[in-house]
Write a protein of this length. Sequence first.
Length: 450
Amino acid sequence: MNIPSRRSRRTVCTALALGLPLAALAACSGGSGSSGTDTSAEQGSGTGTITVWAHQGQASEANALQNAVKSFNSSQKKITVKLTLIPDTDYTKTITATDASKLPDVMEFDGPTMANFVYNKKLAAIDDYVSVKTMANATDAIKAQGEIGGKHYGLGMFDSGLGIYGNKKLLDAAGVKYPTGLSDDWTAAEFTDAVKTLAAKDPDGKSLDLQENNGFATEWGTYGFAPIVWSAGGSLLKNGKAEGALDTPAAASALKTFQSWKKYTDPNTDGNAFAKGRVALSWVGHWMYPAYSKALGKDLVVLPLPDFGNGPKTGEGSWQWGIGAHSKNGKAAGAFLDSLLNDTNVTAMTTANGAPPGTTSVLAKSDLYKKGGPLQLFADQLAQPCGDSQIDKSCVAVTRPVTAGYPTVTAKFSQALSDVYGGADPKTALAKAARAIDQDFSDNNGYQLP
């Protein structure tokens, strides 16, 4: 799968998806939202036609989804699903701009946008509509991403994860010892030493790829490098506040280390720094495995991110499915979700896109992610979810903050990260970001959810 496609999958609201100025963020996050009564779909008859919206990603994913709809429609006569695919780049913009009453019965949405859509009363809780079996089969990480206040508003067919891909041939030639899994992960200092040692053996002095070509003042900046803050014991938000969580001395120190890697980092303008052997290490996610595996074969190793003191951490979360708050047929919508999230459809989708399956049954059988599989590390990480609040040494996979104010959080953090990479003082950059986040939250009554 190509990087632009995957990057756009981590966009988080119209302003972020389209690169709009920050003025658009308030409109994206505010508006009709307010604390108070929850919005629930009507149960309906469980029969008739239901409308479904989804993003149109790569062709293989679209085919898998279309086949799932055809199979459901032909398997019974009570419910007919009418599927509409919306271009990836327009998808979140379309949901954001559409009045809640005009949204479909079932819709797909990128995980970090969920709280914003709940805040703006566009999503209903799904617990009463999907089966107990479907909910139980979802991985803990998927359930954590889709939960607000004890209710679930989304479930996903697949998840995501970060790691470091290594070129075994180059690592061995430089005499660099590397982790075999989460239990012997590099410390931040050990990782930095490895980067320096590998760079010393490299003709151009570059040994690391950080996907700089995607830009850091983007959702890649947050998804890819918030794990540094989490691993340093910090957080993007804590109890609705960024100050005292994001701008800690430990977080600043960790980003100072991140800043020091620039000297050894290939700008990767062609997207092939690792695949062509220019660098020995690539900090990126599961989606690069097909290309990297094809390029390196048996020389490809998959490693966890380094530990900055609070244990190794990774981002997680991807597209989810939910029910429109104004649906008149929640029962039929739930029946379709039960079908969509069955083994056959989840297997087809994750075969199409290579992502970690979002259900325990498919994950256990996945050739890539099962025990002994080449991407077992990603499954091991997702098996230890933190949610978005209890981020300690006992967990690994962290959900990006579940808040309607997430667009502001990610915009301010990723800009700070980009500034630090460009040479700014980490303490100053993080303090500035924290103040801006907290001011926006104060202006919007903390983005209180139902």
